[in-house]
Design a protein around this ligand. Sequence first.
Ligand code: CO
Length: 181
Amino acid sequence: MTLRRVLYYGDPALRKRAREVTEFDASLLTLVEDMQETMKAYNGVGLAANQVGVLQRVLIVDVPQEDGPRVRHCLVNPVIEQRSGTVKGEEGCLSIPGIYEDVTRAQKIHVRAQDEKGAPVEIEAEDYLARAIQHEVDHLDGVLFVDRLSLLKRQFLRRDLEAIARGELPEEHRPPREVIG
Ligand code: CO
């Protein structure tokens, strides 16, 4: 397994729509393993392939539950088929370090996808898990959570976003030392 470098706000790969996965081969399994390791190293709860510069429709989530084990999914070619309710909650993004804002999302979603081996997967997700999946599916479409904020909020964050795009990251948000690539 290899840690991959997470791309930051300003990188063009974050603005591209990732392509459907058609080959469920060894390189896909390697990508998923690398993404899992990278997400852990960066202490993330989710990661989309665009964030490591791979334009394929692959996302992973690893979400803590209030009581019980963490919920982990690898979703390939995910489609959110139903959304219900809306709820506001705080989000951050490994590609936009240091910025946390409330985003309105569907409270509950029904997702159809495939796993990393190509088997069909269906998930009903609510609350934080639903939020994480919606955030990562947005990444696959080239959309970032800051795009979903009000114009006023975005203007307020503009300087901070520009600083990230220039590579000016505070010490605590620098990538883990062992990152290569
Ligand atoms: Co993100």
